[in-house]
Ligand binder design. Structure first.
Ligand SMILES: *[C@@H]1O[C@H](CO)[C@@H](O)[C@H](O)[C@H]1NC(C)=O
Length: 355
């Protein structure tokens, strides 16, 4: 091979690597710092010390909070503690979350809850809680019935399926059916980083019901939070490293067709739709590097974003709260009820503020 050709090839490879590096640093917001945005009446929730990765609120103001996620490559302050689901009554001014009892027979020692979703059966008002679980770092979806009088989660079913390889979040659409965001190759941390570095789009949305399991959307860098619009016609999917909210129309046969993409500049994690306004809320990571390389001197911060009129040509995107980690680290979710805002994190605390 001629020297010039070799040099050219090396040059091209270096340029490609450089381009990947630039893309990668952009996707994880390597250098991004945020300005603080405060809210007046805030308090940390007592008893939640090891994360509040996802939050769902029932129409009556009862909030479910998934806590204790252990995730490859992400710090955890009490790795020996199994995960928990907390219940918080937002109508009670005391704001005391309590850890929900789970019915016998469910393996609590490997409980590793991640994304959650609620479903209310119109036939009998039964409340179901769907929980993405990672026992031994695998992926299952657990379905519980919430028995409110006894304050207990009754375990109904564990769903495992080859199409649900590495699940992040779910949105329930029936007593036994849901859409899930999923990575179809990797669960391993290093491979995830490689996947992110190369910029592969190997994550998808899977529709699951007992007789019908299929991929309904794909092409996301890293599909994360998933939620349904308040009119139940659309599905919203957060692409955390793509920095986008992807809107899909939901059809009668449960297929999804793309409607539009809303570009943000943060690493948005879970999505919550305000049933009263249709606004989409998300907890985001200001800087992905600080999340991956945890440093007690320079902790990851939190950023809470509200998107109003998401279906219009000009959605309004507002940073409602932002903190450098001095109050809460690594926000993943924001949920609202009646001018009350609940914010959760991967491995840190949960914050309540009045809007
Ligand atoms: C974070 O913000 C707090 C309060 O706004 C400030 O006192 C502190 O110095 C900041 N920390 C860093 C590491 O910037």
């Amino acid at each position: 091979m001629g020297a010039l050709l070799k040099l050219t090839i090396i040059g091209v490879l270096l340029a490609a690597l450089g381009e990947r590096l630039v893309q990668f640093s952009h996707r994880i917001n390597l250098f991004r710092e945020i300005a603080p945005v405060d809210l007046p009446n805030c308090q940390l929730l007592k008893g939640i010390e090891y994360g509040a990765e996802d939050i769902e609120i029932l129409p009556n103001g009862l909030a479910f909070i998934s806590s204790g996620l252990k995730y490859p490559g992400i710090v955890h302050f009490a790795p020996e503690n199994p995960g928990e689901i907390f219940l918080l009554d937002l109508n009670d001014e005391k704001l005391r979350p309590s850890s929900l009892r789970i019915s016998k027979g469910f393996d609590l020692s490997t409980f590793n809850p991640h994304g959650i979703s609620t479903y209310i059966d119109e036939k009998d008002d039964s409340v179901y809680l769907f929980v993405v679980n990672h026992p031994h770092y695998k992926s299952t979806v657990e379905i519980f019935r919430f028995a409110e009088e006894e304050n207990v989660l009754v375990h109904l079913k564990t769903i495992r399926h080859s199409a649900l390889h590495s699940v992040n979040d779910v949105v329930a659409v029936g007593p036994e059916s849901f859409y899930a965001t999923n990575d179809y190759y990797f669960t391993d941390f290093i491979m995830r980083i490689v996947e992110m570095f190369i910029g592969l789009r190997w994550t998808n949305v899977v529709y699951y019901s007992p007789g019908d399991v299929r991929q309904v959307a794909t092409g996301f860098y890293s599909a994360n939070g998933i939620a349904m619009s308040s009119d139940k016609k659309f599905i919203y999917v957060a692409d955390v490293t793509g920095h986008t909210v992807n809107i899909f129309e939901k059809h009668e046969d449960w297929s999804l067709s793309p409607v539009k993409v809303v570009q943000l500049d943060c690493l948005l994690d879970n999505l919550f739709v305000d049933p009263a306004t249709g606004d989409v809320w998300t907890g985001a990571h200001p800087n992905g590097f600080k999340l991956l390389i945890y440093n007690t001197e320079d902790v990851p911060g939190s950023e809470i974003i509200r998107i109003q009129n998401i279906h219009s040509d000009h959605p309004t995107v507002t940073t409602v709260y932002a903190n450098n980690g001095s109050v809460i680290q690594a926000s993943t979710v924001a949920a609202v009820y009646d001018n009350k805002l609940l914010m959760g994190t991967i491995f840190h605390r949960a914050l309540y503020c009045e809007l």
